[in-house]
Design a protein around this ligand. Structure first.
Ligand code: GLN
Length: 566
């Protein structure tokens, strides 16, 4: 292929993985859009399907990103109780986001940012601020066009900078919800504005199995597509969640009733793990369908060797450990999503099957702690807010400290470890975190200076990535194999340096420091096989390709503990 000088300059200015997605003689690199909607019910796994599609496209050499549009009015999920919406995922740039962004990062091994998660609250906030600033020049501000314009602007924001070839946009909620309507209308409008080959809608739907009739049913999907059609959206691809294989006849029927090409009706069988889904989608040729519709020529064979390796290790463990997860939101696994997934990655890395036992911190007391924890190979004390469950967490830490069971404390878990050592080693009986007891004489965990005058709750914590310097020879340094790291934060309270000397005398070691403000970010303990508390959230940065070093080391320590016990 011969390129003109102009084309060569263009290609070097806006590099794309595959030249064929750059239309010949065009000054503009067209970014391709895939919109993912959901039908019939919620919880079908739109996030996993989006992440899996992104993964197999990435494996074909494309630069892919995923963004999520959530139809609730909260400006971000930062103020939501974990019971409402699961874990709040934090990005490097300090955005408090939906937990699906965690899946995107874990699958793609690429960081997301504030731009990857938008809520209805944020859209309205922008439009209302513009209205107050007089930007609409006296016009009546309405859902259409003003809200939909703002949605469309944000849907296309990541096109800028030539960083991506493909943008996948997941629309939260289910087609038919009142809340999602403006997003669907925005998609409908974009269909008119973008070229046909730059845009597809993938509709994820459920094919329920009626046990009594012994049949899979397509009717709910037909209705859900009808709903989309009424809004003016024709899905190009139908991905059908199902317990059993779809027959050829069923696919034909769905194709006929939903106006979707027969080969673009594919099944998404229930998978053993979420990490199997990219390979299942590959088998269903979802990547080929999408590439053809979007007229993208990509690498012939997707390179998923690392992924397959990981699955091999995950499914063929040579050892096993049991870890107790002490937290107060244990009723809902989603509340600790990234922690669970980080253990999956670290388990595979160690070829070890990690079983997590959720332990409700509210149920632990001095009388039962030994019985509850003695057979565990490690204890992770979870992040959290407020007073509920604190005593149980401290009791658990005292037990594992004295009995030399590996301990890993994350954020509140680290703060509880400091309180425990202050109370039981330094004998400062009333020591506490200022968050829990405003009248304590010994606030070993105190409110950060820059938090003191804050009254608004939304987006005001210490959020996002901060550097941390590690002490040579520490557990942390040995795990990371380097002394300069960066980790993500989400908290208001902090280690109180006034107590550092006394705590060090008691055996505590501050092994990670945020130099700029002299903040203690990591604590460890002398004479303990593995006692580690971190003020940040390492779980947020663990991916399939980069299992988090601290989780990997903690699982290693748990394997040792298990073997010593045997
Ligand atoms: N509640 C504690 C704080 O705000 C810990 C937060 C957390 O665990 N993420 O400092």
């Amino acid at each position: 292929m011969i390129y003109s000088v102009f084309q060569i300059i263009l290609i070097s200015l806006f590099p794309v993985t595959d030249k064929s997605i750059c239309p010949k003689n065009s000054a503009k690199i067209m970014v391709k859009h895939i919109f993912v909607t959901g039908g019939v019910t919620s919880s079908l796994g739109k996030g996993i399907i989006s992440a899996s599609l992104a993964k197999i496209l990435q494996a074909r050499g494309l630069k892919v990103t995923i963004q999520k549009f959530d139809p609730y009015i909260n400006v971000d999920p930062g103020t939501l109780n974990p019971y409402e919406h699961g874990e709040c995922y934090v990005t490097d740039d300090g955005a408090e986001t939906d937990l699906d962004l965690g899946h995107y990062e874990r699958f793609l091994n690429r960081p997301t940012s504030q731009a990857n998660n938008v809520t209805t609250g944020r859209i309205y906030q922008t439009v209302i601020n513009k209205e107050r600033a007089g930007d609409y020049l006296g016009k009546t501000v309405q859902v259409i066009p003003h809200i939909t314009d703002e949605i469309k602007r944000r849907m296309r924001l990541l096109e800028k900078g030539g960083k991506f070839d493909v943008i996948i946009t997941e629309i939260g909620g289910t087609v038919g919800d009142i809340e999602s309507l403006p997003y669907l209308e925005a998609i409908r409008q974009l269909r008119q504005e973008l070229k046909k080959s730059d845009f597809i809608n993938l509709h994820l739907t459920l094919i329920p199995y009626l046990r009594a009739a012994g049949e899979l049913k397509t009717k709910p999907t037909q209705h859900s597509v009808k709903e989309l059609l009424a809004i003016g959206i024709q899905p190009e691809v139908l991905v059908c969640r199902t317990e059993n294989h779809l027959t050829k006849e069923m696919k034909k029927k769905l194709s006929l009733f939903c106006n979707v090409e027969k080969n673009s009706v594919i099944e998404a069988l229930d998978a053993e793990t979420i990490y199997d889904v990219p390979l299942l989608m590959l088998k269903e040729k979802l990547d080929q369908i999408v590439l053809k519709k979007l007229k993208i020529k990509a690498k012939k064979e997707p390179d998923l060797s690392y992924w397959k390796d990981f699955l091999g290790k995950l499914k063929n463990p040579t050892t096993a450990v049991t870890i107790g997860l002490v937290g107060k939101y244990n009723e809902l696994q989603d509340a600790y999503k990234s922690i669970y997934e980080a253990f999956v990655h670290a388990g595979a890395e160690n070829e070890c099957e990690v079983t997590i036992v959720p332990i409700h911190s509210g149920t632990i007391d001095k009388g039962n702690v030994a019985k509850m924890l003695q057979n565990l190979d490690g204890i992770l004390v979870a992040p959290g807010f407020g007073e509920r469950g604190i005593t149980g967490k401290i009791t658990a830490i005292e037990y594992v400290r004295e009995n030399k069971i590996p301990f890993f404390g994350i954020c509140l878990g680290m703060q509880c470890a400091v309180v425990e050592i202050a109370r039981h080693v330094l004998k400062l009986r009333g020591a506490a975190s200022y968050e829990v007891n405003k009248n304590t004489k010994d606030p070993v965990i105190c409110l950060m200076d820059d938090q003191k005058n804050i009254t608004d709750m939304g987006g005001t914590m210490r959020l996002g990535a901060y550097d941390c310097k590690l002490k040579k020879g520490s557990i942390a340094e040995k795990a990371y194999k380097q002394t300069e790291i960066s980790e993500r934060h989400r908290h208001r309270y902090e280690f109180n340096n006034d107590y550092l000397k006394a705590l060090e005398k008691g055996g505590l070691k501050a092994t990670g420091i945020y130099k700029e403000k002299n903040l203690v970010e990591i604590v460890e303990l002398k004479d303990h096989p593995f006692f580690l508390g971190v003020q940040f959230h390492p779980e947020l940065k663990s991916t399939v390709e980069n299992p988090h070093p601290l989780f990997v080391s903690f699982v290693k320590a748990a394997i040792h503990c298990n073997q010593n016990r045997i």
